[in-house]
Design a binder for this molecule. Structure first.
Ligand code: SF4
Ligand code: SF4
Length: 210
């Protein structure tokens, strides 16, 4: 049995699945580098909209910690925190296997920098939104028709984030500000920019059997 639910707090939605962390033998939770990391192989990528949400909850210090993190790759419009990727083992795997996978097998050899022994070490409000709305194929399949509402809500929130992320980008262009070159000024612009709150729908709990 598993239960899927959705929480929405401070303009940030998160899907909760009580099987997460106990999901051996799912494709997404398979690790060939011996790290129990659920499906947290993703390298978190913070868009301007994610940064805006984090600033709005008063956690600007977290953004500064990302900027100072030696593993962060900072571009004009996002901060990506690089995790561990064992490219040597991946190359060997590709040589010895010719699988017809419909996804990039790199995931078996990657781990997010924020994974701890008990899963994610940061509060959900400090994660980029794809982390909070991701579910593996197994959970989606076993949720059946009920998942459709979750899927629609996920798409709507992504669209909302994309739209206002672009609005923030145009604000930077208009003001001729380079995010990388002047962080304090950039963060002030993001903080001052007015973005209407997302209006979530109420999602019913889903109970499924694995
Ligand atoms: S979404 Fe699926 S693979 Fe990822 S942690 Fe949850 S149960 Fe495991
Ligand atoms: S930030 Fe947390 S939820 Fe996102 S991939 Fe990393 S460990 Fe997983």
């Amino acid at each position: 049995m598993f239960t899927l639910s959705c929480e929405f707090k401070d303009n940030i939605p998160v899907f909760h699945c009580d099987t997460c962390g106990n999901c051996k033998n799912f494709i997404e939770s398979t690790s060939y580098i011996g790290i129990n990391r659920g499906c947290c192989w993703y390298f978190p990528k913070y868009t301007l909209m994610d940064i805006k949400n984090i600033i709005n909850i008063g956690k600007i210090d977290f953004i500064y910690s990302l900027i100072k993190n030696a593993n962060s790759k900072i571009s004009q419009y996002f901060i990506e925190v690089q995790g561990f990727y064992n490219s040597i083992k991946h190359k060997v795997y590709c040589k010895n296997n010719n699988p017809q996978l419909d996804f990039d097998s790199k995931l078996f050899f990657r781990v997010c920098p924020f994974v701890g022994k008990k899963g994610c070490t940061i509060d959900f409000q400090l994660r980029p939104h794809p982390c909070n709305l991701y579910l593996c194929r197994e959970i989606i399949k076993k949720s059946g028709e009920s998942y459709k509402k979750y899927s629609r809500e996920r798409k709507d929130y992504y669209s909302y984030c994309n739209y206002f992320n672009n609005s923030l980008k145009y604000e930077f262009m208009d003001k001729d500000i380079h995010f990388f070159k002047d962080f304090s000024k950039s963060l002030k612009i993001i903080k001052a920019f007015n973005i209407p709150a997302y209006e979530p729908i109420k999602l019913p709990k889903i109970k499924g059997t694995l």
